[in-house]
Write a protein that binds this ligand. Structure first.
Ligand code: AMP
Ligand code: MG
Length: 338
C-alpha cells in the first residue's frame, strides 16, 4: 500500500497543476488536474500526444459526475452503478467546467471511476477530477508496472506512485452516450455482452473494424498507431497447428536473413517453437492472463532488440475482442492468414 506521505505529496503536485503517474486497475495513468487547462496541456507535452486526442477524466465519487456533464441518461447511471469503480469509461456532453484542453477540443467528456485504492485516494485528496491517459510515451505499449512508466517518463514528470503490477492490463471499455443508441468506441475488459445484460442494445463503432479500409473510428485515439513495440510485428491467424508450423517457417526465414525473431505464444503452445525467442503471454484457458501480460511482453521484446515479432492470434469473443483490437494496432494491422 502506498505511503501516506507519498499520497500527500502527489496530491499537492496535482493541485498545483503538475503531473503524477499513478496505478489504476487497467494500466498506469499520467494524471493532472482535469479542470486546469494548463495542467492538461502538460500531459500532452510529456507524452508527445497529438492535441486532438482527448483525455479521460477520472473521478472518485459518483456524486461528482453531474458537475462536469450536461446531463446523464438513466442507462448510463445503471452502468455506473453496476461497473464503477471499474474498467468502464462513459462519454457525455460536457459543461463549461471542463476545459477544451482536456477534451481535445470536443464538447463531450469521457469519465471513469477507477477501481484502485491509490487512484481513488489520489483523486479524492487532490481536486476530485484527474485527467489521465496511459502513462507511456504516445504510441508505445501502455505501462502495466511502475518501471514501464519510468522507462518512458523518467525526467519528464516529477513523481511516479508505485502500486506494483496492475490487475487487468488493458484499457477500459469506452461507451459513448451521446449517440441515440449507446456505442462502444473502444472494446475493453468489460464485454459488449456484459453491458447489454444491464441496458439492452449497444452498437460497436463501425469505424473500429479493419485497418485502413474500415473507416474512421469515433474515438480520436483509436486512429493512431498505438501500443506498438519498436520491432515489426505480424499476427498469424488460423488453425492452431497451422499457425505453429507457419511461425516456425517464418522464424527460419528471418534467421537466414540475419534477423532476430521473437514469438508471442501461449502456455499451451510455447514448447512448439524450437527456434527464436519464445515468450508465453498467458493461457488460452483464461484470456484475462493474456490481457495482463501483453504490454509487458511487447516491452520485453523491445529490451531484447528483436527485429521482428510473430504472434499467435485469439478469437474475437468476449475479452478476445479487446485483446485482438490492441494486438492488431500493435501490429499496424499486419495479419497473415494461414
Ligand atoms: P488513453 O487514456 O490514452 O488510453 O486513451 C483514451 C481514449 O479515449 C482515446 O482513444 C481517446 O480518443 C478516447 N476519448 C477520450 N475522450 C473522448 C471523447 N470525448 N470522445 C471520444 N473519444 C474519447
Ligand atoms: Mg493510451
Amino acid at each position: 500500500m502506498q505511503q501516506k506521505a507519498d499520497l500527500t505529496e502527489a496530491s499537492s503536485i496535482i493541485r498545483s497543476g503538475g503531473l503524477v503517474a499513478f496505478p489504476t486497475e487497467t494500466v498506469y495513468g499520467l494524471g493532472a488536474d482535469a479542470l486546469n487547462p494548463k495542467a492538461s496541456k502538460r500531459i500532452y507535452e510529456a507524452k508527445g500526444r497529438p492535441s486532438d486526442n482527448p483525455l479521460i477524466v477520472h473521478i472518485a465519487r459518483l456524486s461528482d459526475l453531474e458537475a462536469i456533464t450536461a446531463g446523464i441518461s438513466d442507462k448510463a447511471l445503471l452502468l455506473a452503478e453496476r461497473f464503477w469503480p471499474g474498467p468502464l469509461t462513459m462519454i457525455f456532453q460536457k459543461n463549461d467546467t471542463v476545459p477544451l484542453e482536456t477534451t481535445g477540443g470536443l464538447d463531450t467528456v469521457a469519465v471513469r471511476m477507477p477501481n484502485h485504492p491509490v487512484a481513488l485516494a489520489l483523486i479524492a485528496e487532490s481536486t476530485g477530477y484527474i485527467a489521465a491517459p496511459s502513462a507511456n510515451m504516445s504510441g508505445r505499449p501502455s505501462p502495466t508496472q511502475a518501471f514501464h512508466v519510468k522507462e518512458d517518463m523518467e525526467g519528464r514528470i516529477p513523481m511516479i506512485l508505485d502500486g506494483g503490477p496492475v490487475g487487468i492490463g488493458i484499457e477500459s471499455t469506452i461507451v459513448d452516450f451521446t449517440e441515440d443508441i449507446p456505442m462502444i468506441l473502444r472494446p475493453g475488459y468489460i464485454t459488449k455482452a456484459q453491458l447489454e445484460e444491464v441496458i439492452g442494445e449497444i452498437r460497436m463503432d463501425p469505424g473500429l473494424s479493419g485497418g485502413e479500409r474500415g473507416g474512421r473510428p469515433k474515438a480520436p485515439g483509436m486512429k493512431y498507431r498505438h501500443y506498438a513495440p519498436r520491432a515489426e510485428m505480424i499476427l498469424v491467424k488460423g488453425r492452431q497447428e497451422t499457425v505453429i508450423v507457419r511461425i516456425n517457417e517464418l522464424v527460419q526465414e528471418a534467421a537466414s536473413e540475419g534477423k532476430k525473431a521473437g514469438i508471442i505464444a501461449t502456455d499451451e503452445t510455447c514448447r512448439c517453437y524450437p527456434a527464436g525467442i519464445v515468450k508465453s503471454v498467458g493461457t488460452r484457458v483464461h484470456e484475462e492472463t493474456v490481457a495482463k501480460h501483453l504490454y509487458g511482453i511487447l516491452r520485453e521484446f523491445d529490451a531484447l532488440n528483436v527485429d521482428i515479432i510473430y504472434s499467435e492470434s485469439f478469437s474475437e469473443e468476449g475479452i478476445g475482442q479487446a485483446l485482438m483490437n490492441r494486438m492488431l494496432k500493435a501490429a499496424g494491422h499486419h495479419v497473415l492468414e494461414v
